[in-house]
Structures are given as C-alpha cells and as structure tokens.
Design a protein around this ligand. Structure first.
Ligand code: MN
Ligand code: MN
Ligand code: MN
Length: 289
C-alpha cells in the first residue's frame, strides 16, 4: 500500500550540518510526527547517517541515506540532493571531502570578516557550534544574532552574509555533472533541491532545469518547505516539461522554524511520478510490515 504524503519527507537537516537537532533527536521527532520514510540530507556530509539509521530502526522508520550537495553553476549556487546513496562509496566520499574542504576554507574567510564587523571570537565560537559537523552560513548568522548585530537570521543574510554583502565569500563548489555523477555512481538518485527558491528569473530557472536534465539529473523537488499551492503547481509544470521525477521534502532544520514541520507536506500532483517509485526494493523493507 502506498504511504500517505504526510508520511514521507525527503529533505531535512541534523546537527551534522546546520540542523538544530542531533540525528537521534530528529528521528524521534519524525516518529512523533508520524513520518514513515525520511531522508536525512545534511549539507555535503553523510556523517549523521549512522546515528540516524540506528534511531530509525528503533522507531520503525525507513531511513533513506542521503545528502545535499553544493554545486556551482553559472556563478550561482545550486543544491542537489542525492537520495538512496551508498554512504561508503569511495568516489562519493572523495567528492564530499572536496566540498568539505571548500566549506572549511569559506568558513575561515567569513569568520575573519565577521570579526572585522564586530563579532567576537567568531572562529572558535563557530568551531564550538559546529562540533565537528559542517560549518554553514546558518551558523554564522546565529553568531550575528547572538552578538546583537542583527535582530534575526533573515537580517543576518540581508545585511552581512548574502551575495555582495560585507561578510560574503564566494565558494567554488562541485559542477552539476560532478555532483550528479558522484550521487549516481553511489547508486543514488539526483534531485534538484528547492528549484523555486533560487533567486533567479523564470528564464534562468528553466535554463537551470535544462542544464540539470542534460547533466543526467533524475528528479526535482516539487513540494519543498512550506509548500504553497501556486508554487507546487508551477513546479509540477516544470517537472513534466523537463521529464523529471518529483520529490517532496520539508527542508526542516529545527524547531526554530516554527512555520515548518517535519513530514507535513502537500501531496504531489497525481500527474507526476514520485521519485520514490524508483527507489530500489532492497531498502524498501518497511519495518511495519
Ligand atoms: Mn541548511
Ligand atoms: Mn538547500
Ligand atoms: Mn536543505
């Protein structure tokens, strides 16, 4: 029997990147929310998957091993989610290692800029906050809020961390083709994350989808985040036009995002083929059955 839409969430973060909850705490929340199939998609890392999969077993949740890879395309940053990847695949691990090195280098540069702006001890505080996980701009934004330089996370990006702002540092991530190859080489499906959220015109969005498809991409997120209906309908049209499978994920980062809940997604339009129809049967042993 197919799972109801509310039981599937294929995009969320733990403290292995910029999520607020540990992988185990995230899985506990997912269980409480009635989620039955969850993909943990931390930024450029699979480090949270072992703890998550152990917790998933104890809660009877099917965990899809996944990650959200950073991509540079046409001087923009895109995110590509790899679903159902083998986290031990050597080429994927090497690819993730290059992304992690780029992340660390960018974080150091941003921390320097933040200190110049007046954030005290930005680098050691960042290291403490990430606790071995991947440093992200979300962590930097929290420092700006903590030090009272901005009133909220949104302002932190708008005034300091966003493109062209005083603490912005451009990073060179993987190419589209590299990211897709790493994912598919590790047995996974490559999903363009939140295509409607990139700051680009409709024309550029279509160029981006065409490039993703041409590079061998499998799917795109049609329901993402709070999932507003007009956005879903627009995304559905694009998925059909570019012959991409459809994915759905909250992009949940933690309880601070009070407008967002894990596993509370609108159903995918019935005209689309869900990406999970292509999941290999090997991992689809539902613990409930
Ligand atoms: Mn994030
Ligand atoms: Mn993303
Ligand atoms: Mn994400």
């Amino acid at each position: 029997m197919p799972l109801p839409a509310s039981a599937i969430d294929l995009h969320c973060h733990s403290s292995a990147s910029d999520g607020q909850l540990s992988p185990a705490a995230l899985l506990e929340l997912a269980a409480a929310q009635g989620v039955q199939r969850l993909a943990l998609t931390d930024h450029d890392t699979v480090a949270g998957l072992a703890e998550a999969s152990q917790a998933a077993r104890s809660h009877g949740i099917e965990l899809i091993p996944a990650a959200e890879l950073s991509v540079s395309w046409e001087r923009r940053t895109l995110h590509v989610v790899g679903l159902q990847i083998d986290p031990d695949n050597a080429a994927l691990a090497a690819g993730l290692a290059t992304l992690q090195a780029a992340r660390l280098e960018r974080a150091r540069a941003i921390a320097g800029k933040l200190e110049a702006i007046g954030v005290t001890q930005a680098w050691p505080r960042l290291l403490a906050a990430t606790d071995g996980g991947q440093p992200t701009r979300t962590h930097m934004a929290r420092l700006l809020v903590e030090d009272g330089l901005v009133k909220d996370m949104k302002q932190a990006f708008k005034r300091f961390l966003g493109s062209g702002k005083p603490a912005y540092v451009r990073a060179e991530w993987a190419s589209l083709r590299e990211a897709i190859n790493w994912i598919q080489g590790a047995g996974g499906l490559a999903v363009l994350a939140h295509p409607m959220r990139y700051p680009m015109t409709a024309n550029w969005r279509e160029r981006c989808l065409r490039a993703f498809k041409e590079a061998g991409g499998d799917a795109m997120e049609v329901c993402s985040g709070a999932c507003l209906r007009p956005e879903v309908e627009q995304a559905a049209k694009l998925a059909l036009k570019y012959e991409l499978l459809a994915s759905a994920g909250s992009d949940f980062h933690g309880p601070d995002q009070h407008w967002l809940q894990l596993g509370r997604l609108a159903p995918l339009p019935s005209s689309l083929t869900p990406v999970w129809s292509q999941f290999s049967a090997a991992t689809l042993h539902s613990p409930q059955q």
